[in-house]
Unconditional design. Sequence first.
Length: 125
Amino acid sequence: MPDHANEHDGDTDPAETNITASDGPTDQPDPSKGESSGSTIGLGDAQKHAREAATNLIEHEFEGVIKIESTDSGWRTVVEVIERGAVPDTQDIIGRYEIKLDTTGSATSYELLERYRRGEMKEEL
């Protein structure tokens, strides 16, 4: 009796067999569900994440990221926001906040460092 297990119908090439993914769990994160790959972000991404965190957490008009440094646990950033606008703008009240990011760019904490009038001379951090 002939063995038909290795035969194909002749209409398709066995090398062109379509393989579909299973519906089961995968090892790949799903960005649509807020999952991240866990990879370490770079300086440019840290700046972007600091800006997003400042906008979402502090709820004042974002002014700028003024410092970013790498740490063992991720990134330490310092951002400035306009806490109260004034005319003239040299009288704006600026808040400096430290925002800590983990290695994936998620904010882990933030803290007000100081407030000052825009027109005041400030020492660099």
